[in-house]
Structures are given as structure tokens and as C-alpha cells.
Design a protein around this ligand. Structure first.
Ligand SMILES: [Zn+2]
Length: 338
């Protein structure tokens, strides 16, 4: 098979800067890495191709040689290690049966790729590295958000490969479990405690549930964004909970004690005589707790005056009596038009 042009493989122009090449490489490596596409031979092949192209184009001498001589360039006397496209320690080149044996990873690069896998970059240091923070999201019922509860999140966590102890190699062989990266992604279900009063769009941090560190470094954290399923009745605005309460004409007119549903259960509340439809009332401290301040909001209920649908002569007489008690015409303040 004819080798593709290295610039084409990385999708950059011949004039691309070192930074551009690195960027292109990282983007492709992240997409094609065997850990991301387990068992996908095509990605594996492409990944190798990308790595090979990068190994040549990243280094000035090799790149210049390639620019002059094409594919013959880097391996014809310009590669100090000789043999394969890149062979640190002289281990590369030659007759491997695994596609990864002919081609050795540069562990520093892999640290880079994986360091950037889920978030901010890690250094190139070969010492202990802290694991990256990982993000996820869950949707939880309104009730659990307000009162607190538990949820679980399934995710793929990056861990140190147990087969090779994170070295990427077993003796001189590339570790078959992690393909030399020293890292593997494993499915895990994480149980998440939902603090009381969690808001829609809020974030919960679970320490130590991010990616595992390398070489004894501590694990990163897991940050879970919470979406709260809207409730059919209650609505949270800030730390207050809102709801609508229907009342009868008599209750509104004469005043009444009614049961008001709150997120904490029914609360007895008094509406004063002469209450108006759409009037709002407040039950202090019956709202949602703010997890940051520890303060609890209020329950705010809006009354809705229901008029009976059954109309009788006696009902009309009663309504006529009420009509005579308004202060004046009820639509007096309305505009006459635009
Ligand atoms: Zn391994």
C-alpha cells in the first residue's frame, strides 16, 4: 500500500507550524487512540499512521528530510535510531506480529494525550501525575433535588493498567492490555449523594472519582452537572418554591383556613377576607434549602378563585348581592384601546 503524505495524514499544510502539527496530532490521537476504539482495526491503523506522521513532522531535521526526500527521507540515514519510523531504545522496526510492535509509543506523548483526554493538560513530567478531573451529568427528580437523595452515574474511568502496572510494557513487549499507554478505561457506576437543595444546573464534586493518577499520583475528581426534572406542580425560583392553590369564592371573600401543599408536606394557612384571585401569599421557611448558604427559602402560593360551573337562580341571586358590594366599576382603570 502506498504511504500517504504525512501532512495529509495530519490534515495540515506544508507550511504548518510546530504548534499546528502538535495540535492536529493531539486531536487525531484522541479520536483514534486504541483505548477509545477498542477492537477497531481501522482506527488502530489510522492511529499508527498518525503517530508515524507526527514522529517525523514534529522534529525539524526529520521534517526537513521528509520535505526533501519524501518517505525515504527520515528513515534513510536521518533517523538516529535507524530502522522503523521511530524506535526509542532501538526496540522498534522489524518483524512484529502485533501492529503495535513495529511502532513504539513515546510515553511522554501518551501522557500528553491522556492528560488532555478529559480536560486540562498535564505536564510532560514522567514523575507522579495527578489524575485528570472528569465531568459527567445526571438528571434527578425534583423531590431528590429539594430534599436530598442518591443517584448513580455510569461512566468510563481512566485507570492505570493493572497488567503492566502503568508502564505500558511488559519486559520489552508492548502491554497487550493497554497497547502501551499504561492506561485503560473501565466502566464504573458511581453512587452520588445529592445534597438537600441542589439546584438545576448545579455541580456536585465527588473527590477521587476522576481519572486515576499515574505512578502513584492521586486521582482527579468527578464533577457532575445536575439537571432537575421539572415538577408538574411545584416550581423552584431561587430558593423559593411556588405553587397555585384554588379557593372558592366564599373562601376568598370571607377568608378561610386552607391546606397548602409545600415540598415539606401540607401546611395550614389562612387567607384573609377579601383576598383577590392571583394574590400571592408566603409561608416562611417552607421552600428549598440553599446548599451554599444553608438558608431555607419560602413557599409562595398564588390563589386562584374558582367560580362554580353549576349555575342556579339562587346562585345568581347570591352573585348579584356580591356584585353590589364592589367599590366601583371593576374595569374602570382599563384603557379604551391602544
Ligand atoms: Zn498495560
Amino acid at each position: 500500500m502506498k504511504k500517504r503524505d504525512y501532512y495529509e495524514v495530519l490534515g495540515v499544510s506544508k507550511e504548518a507550524s510546530e504548534a499546528d502539527i502538535k495540535k492536529a496530532y493531539r486531536r487525531l490521537a484522541r479520536k483514534l487512540h486504541p483505548d477509545v476504539n477498542p477492537g477497531d482495526k481501522n482506527s488502530q491503523k489510522k492511529f499508527q499512521e498518525v503517530q508515524e506522521a507526527y514522529d517525523v513532522l514534529r522534529e525539524g531535521d526529520k521534517r526537513r528530510a521528509y520535505d526533501r526526500f519524501g518517505h525515504a527521507g527520515p528513515s534513510m540515514g536521518f533517523d538516529p535510531a535507524g530502522g522503523g519510523p521511530r524506535a526509542p531504545g532501538g526496540a522498534g522496526g522489524g518483524a512484529g506480529s502485533s501492529p503495535f510492535e513495529t511502532f513504539q509509543f513515546d510515553p511522554a506523548d501518551l501522557g500528553d494525550i491522556f492528560g488532555n483526554f478529559f480536560g486540562a493538560g498535564a505536564g510532560r513530567s514522567r514523575g507522579r501525575e495527578q489524575g485528570e478531573d472528569v465531568t459527567g451529568s445526571i438528571e434527578i427528580p425534583f423531590r431528590d433535588a429539594v430534599l436530598g437523595g442518591f443517584a448513580s452515574l455510569s461512566l468510563r474511568r481512566e485507570k492505570e493498567c493493572s497488567r503492566c502496572g502503568g508502564k505500558g510494557r511488559i519486559g520489552r513487549e508492548t502491554c497487550p492490555a493497554c497497547h502501551g499507554s499504561g492506561r485503560v478505561a473501565e466502566a464504573e457506576t458511581v453512587k452520588i449523594r445529592i445534597p438537600e437543595g441542589t439546584e438545576n444546573g448545579g455541580t456536585i464534586r465527588i473527590p477521587g472519582k476522576g481519572s486515576d493518577g499515574s505512578r502513584g499520583g492521586s486521582s482527579g475528581d468527578l464533577y457532575v452537572t445536575v439537571r432537575v426534572t421539572p415538577h408538574p406542580y411545584f416550581e423552584r425560583l431561587g430558593d423559593d418554591i411556588h405553587g397555585v392553590v384554588p379557593v372558592t369564592v366564599k373562601e376568598a371573600y370571607a377568608g378561610a383556613e386552607i391546606d397548602v401543599p409545600t415540598v415539606h408536606g401540607l401546611r395550614r394557612a389562612r387567607i384573609p377576607p377579601g383576598s383577590q384571585g392571583r394574590q400571592k401569599f408566603r409561608l416562611r421557611g417552607q421552600g428549598a434549602k440553599n446548599p451554599r448558604t444553608g438558608q431555607t427559602g419560602d413557599h409562595i402560593y398564588t390563589i386562584r378563585v374558582l367560580v362554580p360551573k353549576t349555575v342556579t337562580p339562587a346562585g345568581v341571586d347570591a352573585a348579584t348581592l356580591l356584585d353590589s358590594l364592589y367599590d366601583g366599576p371593576v374595569r374602570a382603570d382599563l384603557p379604551k384601546g391602544l
